[in-house]
Structure formats: structure tokens, C-alpha cells
Design a protein around this ligand. Structure first.
Ligand code: SAM
Ligand code: SF4
Length: 355
């Protein structure tokens, strides 16, 4: 049933390819006729930062034995690729804190130009200086780096770690390694609200696109969500007082809508789960580091792929599990941001599903 993927020495056992010719399955199309071509694969729930909108300082992480091995993550990715997924984004928690994660990039990278079109990464950037060249060698061409502020003290307060210099070094290293860097910033009321134009201008000046994100009510954090929430419609109006924004048809198949900023010459995206629903074009599925598939970031539906993967007939059971995910993928998310003191819309943190 299995074959091995050749890898560069020295290294641990090779990653195993799931390949049972008896199991063939159709492309992934959900019950709303949306074709799924994009997988967001979380490789760890752990992180070296503690962003206040993402997780509490005393976060409880999963026991390591519950997390899929790199071999299992590769097998899982193979199951998705065999059903027409052409783009994989590795995420977390912080993916670069996982030991030997470059092995997974290297193995998946070998499929680029064959049955995989793009392999990307979302990272907080703290370990990027160390790994940028290896990522580029593996075939990664674009990375998303999360950066909410350029103010060191504010960064330390927001992420509860004094790591801004490391992150800036990581971004510079990624650029030097030839990676296209896009910055993601969560817009936070009273925190980075006044700084967003400077952040955007800085990013565009360095050749990086920026996407702004509305905060989502995922998991318990120590702060009141409604106090963090800044509607991007308001941000856009404020930016329009200062700059000329022109709608841009650029589409990544994702939820962001883009504008060009005439004065900076850069592109700016808006991810607006609250002020605009973007679910009709959803082309993605998300899998946690323990192999739990969440068909919708904003829904509680879940399919356990780990037990399929660890069963006696992994290929066949994976096909069945993915069919179930397609069947239950909801039409749209149901995030709401209108109740002060409300429980989180969903108990799981963004660090489980990787955004
Ligand atoms: N650690 C990596 C990082 O920060 O880029 C990858 C995982 S992180 C969960 C992915 C993205 O989710 C980041 O851009 C982060 O800012 C965003 N995020 C985390 N919690 C969020 C929330 N409650 N609402 C909106 N975005 C959130
Ligand atoms: Fe870590 Fe990313 Fe969550 Fe920040 S947003 S705590 S960097 S997982």
C-alpha cells in the first residue's frame, strides 16, 4: 500500500505516501456546489506568542500524542490532493515552532508542479529568519506574516512577548530569500486603530501587500470581544479620507476583497466576516493538528480524520470521511459580534484551526 518519498539525508524515517490504487474518489464538491481546492492544514496548536485576541496567557495546549505525526500530516495532505486540492497552506498555532516541520514542506514541495500548484504558510514570523531559505528551497513562494503593530511596546503588550525585532528580521529574511510576503493585521479598536495607515504605508514601502482582518469570536480570551472589534467599513472610510482607494478585482479564491492605494502604490485587502459575508465563494477546508476537519471556520461541524487515518483501511475511510465533510459543510458562518459579555460564538480558539 505504501511507498516512500525520497528525502535529503540526514533524516528520520521518510514520510509515507498513502497510495491504494483500488481507492479512487471524485473531486471535492459540497452540497452547495462549491468546489474545494484549498486545504488549510494546522500542524500544531502551540505558539511562542500569546496574542490577546487569539488565546489567553495560560493557554492549555494539547498533549503531543494527540497531534498527528509529520507522516500522518503528509498522508492526510495526499488524501486531499488525490481529490483535487491544489493549494495547501500550513498553519497553526505557530507552524514554525513544530520540530522538523521543514521536512513536511520539503516532502510536499516535491509535488509542486505535479499534483500541487501552491504550498504556502501563515506564520507570526518569529522563527522566519531561521527558516526562510529552507522554505524557499522547498518550493514555498509566498508567506503570510501576521503583524498588527510596528510599535515595540504595543507589540509586547498585544502578543505578551517582546518579539517585534525578531519578526521584522524574519520578514526581511523572507524577502531576501525571494519569498513574496503578505502581512495580515487584525484591526483592533483602540489598540492599532490609529496606527493602521502607518502600518500599511510601511508595508507597501517594503513591497508587501497587507490584509486587514476583523476580529472573530473564537475561543475564550481574557478580554471582552466587543471591546476589540473594529468594523472594517469604518477603517476603510477613515483611509479614504487620506488616500485614494480603487477596487481591485484581484482574487485569491479567499475571503479578502482588495483595493489599490494610489498614494502608496500597494494593494490592501479586507477580510470582513461581520460587515460582509463572503461564504458563497468558499473553496476551502480546515484540518487541525489532531486531524479534526472543520468544514467551516465559523461553525461547530467536525469530522474526525485521525481515526480514518489510523484505521485498517485509511484510504477508503478517508474518502468516506471527506464525503461526510462535504455533506455537512454549512452554507455560511454564523459569527455575531453584537452581545457584550456573551460566550464565544465557538469554544475553539483560532490557534486550533489556523485562521
Ligand atoms: N501563528 C500564526 C500567525 O499568527 O500568523 C498562524 C496562526 S494564527 C491563528 C492565523 C491568523 O489568525 C493570524 O493572522 C491571526 O492574527 C489571526 N487570528 C487569531 N485569532 C483571531 C481572531 N479571534 N479573530 C481574527 N483573527 C484572528
Ligand atoms: Fe500565536 Fe498566531 Fe495566535 Fe498570535 S495569532 S497567539 S501568533 S497562533
Amino acid at each position: 500500500m505504501t511507498a516512500t518519498v525520497p528525502t535529503n539525508p540526514p533524516r528520520k524515517p521518510d514520510l509515507i505516501v498513502l497510495r491504494d490504487p483500488a481507492v479512487a474518489a471524485p473531486p471535492l464538491v459540497d452540497s452547495f456546489q462549491r468546489r474545494i481546492t484549498y486545504l488549510r492544514l494546522s500542524v500544531t496548536d502551540r505558539c511562542d506568542l500569546r496574542c490577546s485576541y487569539c488565546m489567553p496567557e495560560r493557554m492549555t495546549f494539547l498533549p503531543k500524542k494527540e497531534v498527528l505525526t509529520l507522516e500522518e500530516l503528509y498522508d492526510l495532505a495526499t488524501g486531499f490532493i488525490s481529490r483535487g486540492v491544489t493549494k495547501i497552506r500550513i498553519t497553526g498555532g505557530e507552524p514554525l515552532v513544530r520540530r522538523d516541520i521543514i521536512d513536511l514542506f520539503t516532502a510536499l514541495g516535491r509535488r509542486l508542479g505535479h499534483d500541487l500548484a501552491e504550498l504556502t504558510l501563515t506564520t507570526n514570523g518569529t522563527q522566519l529568519a531561521e527558516h526562510a531559505e529552507a522554505l524557499a528551497r522547498a518550493g514555498v513562494r509566498r508567506v503570510n506574516v501576521s503583524l498588527d503593530t510596528l510599535d515595540r511596546a504595543k507589540f509586547a503588550e498585544l502578543t505578551r512577548r517582546d518579539a517585534l525585532p525578531q519578526v521584522l528580521e524574519g520578514i526581511a529574511a523572507a524577502k531576501a530569500a525571494g519569498l513574496k510576503v503578505k502581512l495580515n493585521a487584525v484591526a483592533l479598536k483602540g489598540v492599532n486603530e490609529g496606527e493602521l495607515p502607518d502600518l500599511i504605508a510601511w508595508a507597501h514601502g517594503h513591497g508587501h501587500d497587507v490584509t486587514l482582518i476583523e476580529v472573530m469570536p473564537l475561543g475564550d480570551v481574557e478580554e471582552e470581544r466587543l471591546d476589540q472589534y473594529l468594523p472594517l467599513d469604518d477603517v476603510r472610510s477613515a483611509l479614504e479620507q487620506r488616500w485614494t482607494l480603487t477596487d481591485n478585482a484581484y482574487a485569491t479564491g479567499g475571503p479578502a476583497r482588495y483595493v489599490d492605494v494610489a498614494e502608496t502604490g500597494g494593494r490592501l485587502g479586507f477580510i470582513t466576516p461581520h460587515t460582509n459575508n463572503f461564504c458563497a465563494g468558499c473553496n476551502r477546508l480546515r484540518v487541525t493538528a489532531t486531524g479534526q476537519l472543520y468544514p467551516c471556520l465559523g461553525g461547530g461541524e467536525r469530522v474526525d480524520l485521525r481515526s480514518a487515518l489510523r484505521s485498517d483501511a485509511p484510504e477508503a475511510n478517508l474518502v468516506t470521511a471527506l464525503d461526510e465533510a462535504l455533506r455537512i459543510k454549512p452554507e455560511k458562518h454564523h459569527f455575531r459580534m453584537d452581545a457584550r459579555g456573551a460566550d464565544p460564538a465557538l469554544p475553539r480558539h483560532m490557534s486550533m484551526t489556523g485562521g
